[in-house]
Write a protein that binds this ligand. Structure first.
Ligand SMILES: Cc1cc2nc3c(=O)[nH]c(=O)nc-3n(C[C@H](O)[C@H](O)[C@H](O)COP(=O)(O)OP(=O)(O)OC[C@H]3O[C@@H](n4cnc5c(N)ncnc54)[C@H](O)[C@@H]3O)c2cc1C
Length: 437
């Protein structure tokens, strides 16, 4: 009989919290270790610097988190966080053109990353068999003499935590590849898409509510209009995250920043903020590359260790996939805990890879539509990108296409649904160049 006495989760971000929740269903005790203070934190924290920037939860992530933590969505709404429909309450723009309004029935909650993480964290902390070890830095893995089994971790100060299962959720800076190498295993092969992405974020108070019942203006960057913006209503404040690609970055000085806003293909954002009250410093963040680590390709892997979240795959953030994939990996972990044993790492990574495949294809494939992004473009990627360009043009006319696009981008429906003959006909009809008379 395999012992399920204690699981240790490394990292208390979204992936770590979801893993802790799932592990608590079958382990006697779950310890979650993080280098930050977690309890009571409502602001962006040091260990999650991306938390200061726009964070949207995809429709699938909303569904999965609600399933794991029933009532979470209502709880956020009750706390005053704006909620609405993904297709009717968000204004989506591509190349300065707005997608047609479409009721999707998919709920969107305009929570900031700290708000969402805080709500999930409170639920996980309330579980009787979960303990948070805060302000503790993880140093190393503890391993059996034959190096075949991980038996725990060491923390700063040398303290050792014994564990039957260790789950690495320390984010994209995960040390598991280096630890594996030190233990005589191969490092996982890394797939990288260099995008040179930047975010610059600040908050405003506006003279008037420019969005009405709507929750956000999403000005999505494209190769033709490479500057993007996420402008969201958060109660009585507004968040503006500006994005630049391939080395472009919104300046943090007042004039440079405003000039960047003015250069966006959607003038409404400049109109809203040019005379608004700035509430904080402009914060910049660089994201050089999306990274996928292919643990599923390794022949040998120690028992008693798994990797989840950004440590496994860190997606281009503008697609908003990371937290949703972390939640889906939680479901994969749960499936691998059915039956009483410890999860088999190879089988877990194979299933997690299937979870990652579609969103990775969507985001890394989409990034290859930028001529400046290096990488091989197989014919299917070229065709998919050309089709998606037409689909987004067609969605300016046809709300049914907007709805289908939201469902696919939200990971609710497979992206192949967008290529069905009936949809392709609608796309073709609505994206034909108009005849000149
Ligand atoms: C700018 C930006 C915007 C994004 N926007 C979105 C979005 O709109 N939607 C979306 O779904 N995703 C978005 N993401 C991705 C999202 O933030 C992550 O995918 C998601 O948070 C899952 O991350 P994680 O929990 O694996 O890692 P993280 O959130 O990075 O958490 C890792 C945790 O591990 C801890 N840690 C690390 N090392 C140690 C150590 N040695 N000892 C102790 N603790 C340690 C850290 O303190 C931290 O708490 C965005 C990312 C960026 C960069």
């Amino acid at each position: 009989m395999v012992n399920r006495d204690r699981a240790v989760v490394l990292g208390g971000g979204m992936a770590g919290l979801v893993a802790a929740k799932v592990l608590a269903e079958s382990f006697r005790e779950v310890l979650l270790v993080d280098r930050d203070t977690l309890t009571g934190v409502t602001d962006p924290r040091r260990g999650v610097p991306q938390g200061a920037h726009a964070h949207g939860l995809l429709a699938k992530g909303q569904e999965v988190l609600e399933g794991m933590f029933p009532g979470l969505t209502q709880e956020l709404a009750d706390a005053g966080i704006p909620t609405g429909d993904l297709g009717t309450n968000l204004r989506w723009y591509f190349n300065g053109k707005r997608l047609r309004w479409a009721s999707t029935g998919l709920k969107v909650v305009s929570a900031t990353r700290p708000e969402l993480e805080g709500a999930v964290r409170n639920r996980v902390r309330a579980l009787p068999n979960v303990t948070f070890l805060e302000n503790r830095s993880i140093q190393d893995l503890v391993v059996t003499q034959d190096r075949a089994q991980i038996t725990g971790v060491t923390l700063d100060g040398g303290e050792e935590l014994a564990a039957d299962l260790v789950v690495d959720a320390t984010g994209r800076g995960s040390r598991t590849p280096a630890w594996l190498e030190e233990l005589g295993y191969a490092r996982p092969e890394e797939e990288k898409v260099k995008i040179g992405l930047s975010y610059t974020t600040c908050h405003y108070r506006l003279r008037q509510n420019v969005l009405g019942e709507d929750m956000a203006i999403l000005c999505v960057a494209t190769p033709e209009n490479p500057r993007g913006a996420f402008f969201s209503r958060l109660g009585d404040r507004y968040l503006l995250s500006l994005t630049g690609m391939l080395g472009d970055q919104a300046p943090t000085d007042p004039e440079g920043h405003l000039a960047f806003v003015k250069s966006l293909p959607v003038p409404d954002i400049y109109e809203a903020v040019h005379d608004a009250e700035l509430l904080d410093e402009r914060v910049a963040f660089r994201f050089p590359a999306s990274i996928r680590r292919h643990y599923e390709h390794l022949d040998r892997f120690p028992r008693g260790l798994l990797v989840v979240g950004d440590a496994l795959c860190s997606f281009n953030p503008v697609y908003g996939q990371g937290m949703t994939v972390a939640a889906l990996e939680g479901l994969t972990l749960r499936a691998h805990l059915v039956g009483g044993g410890l999860p088999d790492a190879k089988a877990f990574f194979a299933d997690a890879a299937q979870v990652i495949d579609a969103p990775w294809a969507m985001s890394s494939g989409g990034d290859l539509s930028w001529p400046g992004v290096e990488g091989y473009r197989p014919p299917e990627v070229l065709m998919a990108n050309a089709y998606m360009d037409r689909l987004r043009v067609a969605a300016q006319q046809d709300g049914a296409i907007t709805g289908a696009f939201m469902r696919a981008a939200g990971l609710i429906d497979p992206v192949t649904d967008l290529m069905r003959p009936s949809m392709a006909v609608r796309v073709y009809r609505n994206s034909r160049p108009k005849a000149v008379v």
